[in-house]
Design a protein around this ligand. Sequence first.
Ligand SMILES: [Zn+2]
Length: 434
Amino acid sequence: MTPAETEVAELCSELIRVDTSNYGDGSGPGERAAAEIVMARLAEVGAEATYVESAPGRGNVVTRIEGSDPGLPALLVHGHLDVVPANAADWTVDPFAGEIRDGYIWGRGAVDMKDMDAMMLAVLRQMATEGRKPRRDVVFAWVADEEAGGEYGAKYLTAKHPELFDGVDHAISEVGGYSLEVDPSLRLYLIETAQKGLSWMRLVAGGTAGHGSMLNSDNAVTEVAKAVARLGSHEWPLNLTPTVRRFLSEVADAFGLPFDPEDPAPIIEAIGPLARFVGATLRHTTNPTMLAAGYKANVIPGQASAVVDGRFLPGLEEEFLSTVDELLGPDVRREYITHDIALETTFDGELVESMIAALKAEDPTARAVPYCMSGGTDNKTFFADLNIRGFGFVPLRLPAEMDFAAMFHGVDERVPVDALRFGTRVLDRLLTNY
Ligand SMILES: [Zn+2]
């Protein structure tokens, strides 16, 4: 085993043992203690890093490893150090013990994403110890606050310290690179090349306030309820973006299914639980999530509001919003709570070729396919602003029976030790050859 393979599980466990729960209201312990571990492990191999604290306790670590060919643009490899909270009572193990048992590392962050944080660290440490250089400059970033929008992490770094990313034109990070076993001779590796956009909208209706016992034909609650019902029950039509189309046709081919763009349901079914990652990428979605109006049973309020979580497909934002407005009608206005772009890149270029080659070298049954995520990551929200083209690539060769999608923010989150070792080998090859 390589040094990186030998130590990656323990590094991951060590990071999991630091509770970096991000509650989104600033009440968590912060990422500083985890960032200090990263700094210490880097210092051990003589790697200098920049520590950036965006707010007390909110730690970020960035380091740049010089490549053997400094003329090439740099690659960014980033991972977030925060995790979503875990309710220990629901778990079979202590979510913050970093237990290694039955071939798995257990704990909050094991797949999202202290696995990658540890793989980055292990590979960098091995390269530094052996005096090997990556081909091009590689910027490694361990960032804070991804789980609550990135304000204290990627957003802060890209806004206040863009120089840390000088010369970077491509990035890899979560959520992609994991395998889906079709049969023992074929594993698909899903590489994320697209992310849906996000539009959290507050709907507001005004009306005539008055006594609940009297006639009222201008009731704000009724208006907002009708709009919510229209949006929530709207059947958004199938709309296959280039990434989704390619993904479906590749999966159909792998499973020996026909590819019918009018009826992709059997293809989505074939990928089992991973459908959770891609099921919502075939169309826009609008899910009502909050309602607010009134203060007393017999008082008709003058205003009512609701919140809708809208997710739109890359390249189709205007079409999405105009349909939303049609559905809302003239009596309900909308305002954004949060609005974020959708992004899609093509599945080609030198980085893609290098990812494919690194996967195939370590797993001859590998076939890489691009896919679109229904959520968003730091790649889209912040690093894209620096014109960095991002991919979801955390290489993990997973056991066929593993319900990987359930691990994200899930109970008993865990990752196979063997998958992490595989990941370090792929990552090492990628950095060495790309
Ligand atoms: Zn994550």
